[in-house]
Design a protein around this ligand. Sequence first.
Ligand code: EPU
Length: 448
Amino acid sequence: MINQVKLETKSEDLVIIERSLKLAGEVQISGAKNAVLVIMLAVLLADGKSVLSNVPDSADVNYVIKLLTDLGAIVVFDRDLKIVSIDTTNVNKHSVDQQIMQKMRASILVLGPLLVRQGRAEIAMPGGCVIGGRPLDYTLDNFRRIGAEINLSNQLLVASISQDLQAKRLVLDYPSVGATENLLMAATLIPGTTEIINAALEPEVLDLVQMLTKMGAKIEICAPAAIKITGVKKLNPIEYTVMSDRLEAGCLLLAAAVTGGEIFIPNADPNTLDIFLFKLSEMGHEIKTERDKLGVWLKATSNPKAVSIKTAPYPGFPTDLQAPMTAALSIAFGTSVIEETVYENRLIHVRELRKMGAQIQNTDTRAVITGVDNLYGTEVVASDIRASFALILAGLVAHGRTVMSGVSHFRRGYDGMEYKLQSLGAKISVCSFQDLVPKNSSNLDLNI
Ligand code: EPU
């Protein structure tokens, strides 16, 4: 089938997806994006050379490398082996280049390490996916509470210490991942015992806890959701292997599920995917995992059923899998309801799915999906990392060709994802606009 595609940009890369049913095979997932970024910044808490393995070669990782290099660290990334070494011995700056800060939200995670290392941090307010207001009040209010002076003007944030930071019992209004991680990193070097009550306990936070503990930090996780940190004088550089990406595992499982295929992901940790796997089973997909063992196997049902989901902090349904799940449910039998409770504006992908024939009614935080038999390829725009994967899923089952722009978002979150999908049989490629334009053509309406 030929689609009439009207491209709006001449400069960007595009992802081209053709209908590809029954994806099948075994695929390894990369290191976790949401663990590796904070772990790379946490090495600033010690002087010397740390070596991290299982580091995905994604755009966000490369931004963090730029950030660390800008601060004076010596960073070497072996992209084939996925190993990064970071020598922090010469880090003596306290300000970060504004452009680097604005590349991603995770750059705010440099605040805690810089503040305890250098006594001052001058950073621009971070950028990142536009999926809600994403304020930083929990982080900044609590840094003030432990004695930091924080000034914010014209998007420049200056944090400084005039007296020693104090260990306190801190209560988060909401279990924010970023606030928990930032306060946790700083607290490892604050004398006394800091408690973070209502802390985020996402698997990526626990990976950071494990990494910091290996550096010499004293950290205890307490029921129901608190982290107790007893400050030490000094942390040491380490060698550490980053956890595998549960969100990438979820995305690939959905790729097999929507296309009626079968997949095995040997290094996915099922214990980090409980509710997600439960929902896939509820849809009718067959899932196999073994207790206390890595590996998730899925065989898709040919008649997926509608299910309803409500996103929540871990161990609830992960907001980062909501967009891909929305795409999957758009072709399930029956009516599904999606409630997004973590972000106030993370359903932008719905508009694009509708362009492909999905029947979805939504407000900013709630979507009602009536499953349809068919989706149709067209030109779509990815608005954030997870929306990009949702559109790829829809493209895999859509009749005709799907052309997705907004590829920079796709590149931020995944390492070589198009190759992983190709290895399962997907017809997907990333190409530049120039590759699509017939020579001597100035017309933007392409028959591709
Ligand atoms: N929030 C506040 N005030 C704060 C902090 C957060 O109101 O001071 C709100 C946010 O606006 C948001 C909610 O709390 O509505 C959750 O934010 P959180 O701080 O938990 O998220 P984050 O640390 O900014 C990380 C991940 C996100 C993931 C969330 C939730 C990284 C680098 N990012 O963000 O990942 O959605 O936790 O699990 O770890 C993604 O991978 O696509 C992604 C966006």
